[in-house]
Design a protein around this ligand. Structure first.
Ligand code: DGT
Ligand code: MG
Ligand code: MG
Ligand code: MG
Length: 260
């Protein structure tokens, strides 16, 4: 077929194929969620409904985007790990990030009323997205450890801050000053000695974030001849466990393959 004289404009497009053989991570982060969370009355420091809504959206992405092997979410962010061998969209960065980001955003709006039945959305939420290539499984694990450590550090701080304010009746400025320069051990001690709160006993979803993985499950089915049977099926499972240590990875050797 003859090409139109306009075809040449195609050559202005830039090649944005992500490095071959690397793990691909797409991280989304809520845009202006400081304002969004306060306008929609998210509970402080953690809103379980908001976390579960984000988990629901991430599950949608896992099921719809080929080669998503794991996802990790905390606060207003979610990271998706795509298999190092993925050929999704020819590994073109913009195609991958925009698809993941728009699917997540659309799901956020679609499922919003399920999780916030009494709170109408005030404006369309949006997310930014970036893709990063990680050449080894060790570095990929360090990336995920970085995010889970971030979850822990922020959650410990926010838990102390809001406990001082909500239960201790302390003005926000004073709570901030009380926590300035404190270490983790001080914060744990403050929660325990002043409020009887054992940080380690708070819900794991707040302390660890959520990790989504594919797992094989058995579901009861009825055969055409009317008998009960079990059918094996892959399903997305949400875990609120430590992913920094080795245990999680040793229990699931198929996630990273040989190179660890
Ligand atoms: P950005 O990402 O630069 O557009 O700006 P923000 O405002 O989204 O900032 P970011 O992503 O660093 O921090 C997340 C904000 O979302 C932070 O202000 C706290 C808020 N947020 C996230 N999860 C919760 C929650 O469960 N409850 C409440 N109350 N706030 C939350
Ligand atoms: Mg951000
Ligand atoms: Mg944000
Ligand atoms: Mg954030």
């Amino acid at each position: 077929m003859a090409k139109s004289k306009y075809e040449y404009v195609k050559h202005f497009e830039q090649d944005d194929r992500l490095l071959p053989g690397c793990w691909l991570v797409v991280r989304l982060d809520g845009r202006g969620f400081h304002r969004f969370s306060s306008l929609h009355g998210f509970t402080k420091p953690n809103d379980l409904r908001a976390l579960q809504l984000a988990n629901r959206c991430a599950e949608t992405v896992m099921k719809d985007v080929q080669d998503a092997i794991l996802a990790y979410g905390e606060s207003d962010e979610y990271s998706f790990v795509l298999d190092r061998k993925t050929r999704l969209f020819g590994r073109r960065e913009s195609k991958i990030t925009t698809t993941v980001c728009s699917l997540f955003s659309a799901a956020y709006v679609l499922y919003w009323p399920e999780f916030f039945p009494e709170t109408p959305l005030q404006y369309p939420p949006s997310f930014d997205a970036r893709a990063v290539c990680y050449p080894t499984s060790r570095i990929l694990r360090d990336y995920l450890s970085w995010r889970q450590a971030d979850c822990h550090i922020n959650n410990l701080y926010n838990t102390c801050f809001w406990t001082l304010v909500q239960q201790g009746g302390m003005p926000e400025k004073e709570a901030e000053e009380t926590l300035r320069g404190t270490f983790s051990a001080d914060k744990n001690e403050l929660l325990f000695s002043r409020f009887g709160i054992n940080y380690a006993h708070l819900p794991a979803i707040f302390r660890k974030g959520t990790t989504l993985v594919w797992e094989e499950v058995e579901i009861p089915v009825t055969t055409p001849s009317g008998e009960s049977a079990l059918r094996r099926k892959k399903a997305v499972r949400a875990l609120d466990v430590d992913i920094i240590g080795d245990q999680f990875w040793h229990d699931r050797p198929w996630l990273l393959g040989e190179d660890t």
